[in-house]
Design a protein around this ligand. Structure first.
Ligand code: ACM
Ligand code: ZN
Length: 556
């Protein structure tokens, strides 16, 4: 029996081989060589063991030998690898671990070293043979991603943080060489429309780490709620966090909670990039401080967006936003800050004497250029703090106004403008984050729900095969890829998992994996092998395809 398991494990790794060809083809070649031995049995064994690493590593090679866990495990590291070692041993709960502050020839060894340049800042090499599990990287981030891959080779219970002894557990010999496609791999959560608890957010940060995502884009302000405590302007949370009526629409994050979340993320090698969306999507802030709108009106709370913007003409707006950003920058060490800029209709600005006065004074052409002036002023202010500023693609649909060079464009509106923002950004030398609504908005369900009609749905195959953000040969200005979970139409916490899983695996694959893609059916089969792990983690997995939707299923 033991020999059979080792044999099957070996096949698993062959199946994973991705050395210039997809795993599917490797498997086919192997099957050819092995006279088509038991393909059906194999498929079932793969599913049962569920040991593939996702996102798919760059290269996986089979080695001779098998590592077997004993009664005790030594984890060797020197001072530099301490934090990763602590993370790893924390994940192997209830297993007897001896930590050694120098590397030994057995057990798990973590080593920061000089790997070739191709490994970059996040690559790693994981070598498993009968003697040891050796993990090497240039940086702690690389080691951390190697640990994520190693964890995926362990039983579901261990991956889920349950108490579980590894005594006798075997991993077949393997050499994994891996590095990501993109430096930016983000998940955006809309905490503006609906508030989520810090515990929920930490859980999602853990999921991101499993998927090797490294940027938590935190959308903190919306028409439906202002969620970040700003000490200088207490009404932002006293009033702004309660403007909507839904049960999960009350609440905000104190500065203490935010610091804890940023620190929690840091340990997972995730940068938290806050978004303060201006000048639109700001009705909650303007309900708290109506004097900052063009006509001093407290706006109606809207689920989408309205033309009640911060007044772009009065200096008070700029003073207020700079003061807010001073506190935001203190809370978030990220080198990036997101300042929105999407969906800001200019109806009020066109009529406002102050806005029109500013247009004249600054020699601008119209209200659109006033937004460019507004955005540029804030971006230049952020430059004084060494921050890059991200704006949604709306700021570059017309590109005759030169934006500051610290601006990054967040390409989103494929449905409305196809690749206009991508092209204009590149033409103007700005970096770009690809996060198109088709198909990286995970709030779009697989089948219609509430105000999400059929044209705002997509399935797992569509995102895997047809996501415009999944650029085959990206320009060097493409910084990376993102995905987003907006919370409009009352996507409450308990509905989120079903939206996100399993489709986020396809997005993570597109963000990380550099090799040639395997065909969808092979990929989806591997994703399904992860379901026992996801269930152990308490994730409520939704349907990936329409034909998987049972008659009694509900998105609610
Ligand atoms: C967006 O979806 N309004 C960025
Ligand atoms: Zn105005």
């Amino acid at each position: 029996m033991k020999r059979l398991i080792i044999f099957i494990d070996r096949l698993l790794y062959l199946h994973q081989c991705n050395d210039g060809c997809s795993r599917f083809w490797s498997l086919r070649k192997w099957l050819g060589r092995s006279l088509f031995l038991g393909a059906f049995v194999l498929a079932n064994c793969f599913a049962a063991l569920g040991q593939h690493v996702l996102p798919t590593p760059l290269k996986t090679e089979l080695l001779s030998g098998t590592y077997q866990f004993g009664e005790k495990l030594s984890v060797g590291y020197s001072g530099k690898e301490k934090e990763v070692a602590k993370y790893l041993t924390g994940r192997l709960k209830a297993y007897v671990i001896i930590k050694r502050t120098s590397n030994t020839s057995s057990g798990i060894q973590l080593q920061l070293t000089d790997l070739p340049q191709e490994f970059g800042k996040e690559g790693y090499q994981l070598k498993i043979d009968e003697k040891a599990i050796r993990l090497k990287a240039n940086t702690e981030a690389g080691l951390f991603y190697g640990v994520q891959s190693l964890l995926q080779l362990l039983p579901a219970e261990v991956q889920a943080g349950k108490e579980y002894s590894l005594l006798g557990y075997q991993i077949p010999g393997v050499l994994i060489t891996d590095a990501p496609k993109y430096a930016w791999r983000s998940f955006m959560l809309d905490s503006g429309r609906q508030y989520q608890t810090p515990e929920f957010i930490k859980r999602y940060l853990d999921h991101m780490a499993m998927l090797k995502m490294n940027v938590f884009h935190w959308h903190l302000t919306e028409g439906q709620g202002w969620r970040i405590e700003i000490k200088k302007y207490p009404k932002l949370t006293e009033i702004g966090s309660k403007v909507a009526e839904g049960k999960e629409q009350q609440g905000f994050y104190t500065q203490k909670e935010i610091k804890e979340i940023v620190e929690y993320a840091r340990k997972l090698h995730i940068t938290v990039v806050p978004e303060i969306d201006v000048p639109g999507h700001s009705e909650a802030a303007l309900t708290a401080y109506p004097e900052l709108s063009c006509f001093g009106e407290a706006p109606k709370t809207v689920m989408g967006f309205s033309d009640v913007l911060y007044c772009g003409g009065r200096e008070e707006t700029y003073t207020f936003l700079k003061n807010v950003l001073d506190e935001v920058c203190e809370l978030f060490p990220s080198p990036y800050i997101h300042l929105g800029g999407d969906e800001a209709p200019k109806g009020k600005w066109n009529k406002c004497p102050d806005c029109q006065g500013k247009i004249e004074e600054e020699g601008l052409k119209n209200s659109h250029e006033l937004q460019m002036y507004f955005s540029s002023r804030l971006a230049n202010y952020m430059k004084t703090k060494n921050k890059k500023v991200i704006f949604w693609g709306d700021v570059i649909y017309q590109d005759d106004f030169k934006l500051p060079d610290n601006v990054i464009v967040h390409w989103w509106n494929w449905r409305g403008h196809k690749d206009l923002a991508l092209k204009n950004a590149i033409r103007n030398g700005h970096q770009v984050i690809a996060n198109t609504n088709y198909y990286s908005y995970l709030n779009f369900p697989v089948s219609p729900w509430s105000n999400y009609f059929a044209d705002r749905t997509f399935d797992m195959r569509t995102v895997y095969e047809n996501n415009p953000s999944d650029i085959k040969e990206p320009d060097s200005l493409v910084l990376g890829m993102g995905c987003a979970l907006w919370r409009d139409w009352y996507v409450y916490e308990h509905m989120v998992d079903r939206r996100v899983f399993p489709r986020i695996f396809a997005l993570a694959e597109q963000m990380w994996s550099r090799g040639e893609r395997m065909p969808f059916d092979a990929f989806y089969r591997i994703v399904k092998e992860k379901y026992p792990v996801l269930r152990e983690k308490g994730i409520d997995i939704g349907p990936g395809m329409k034909d998987e939707i049972e008659s009694d299923f509900s998105w609610e």
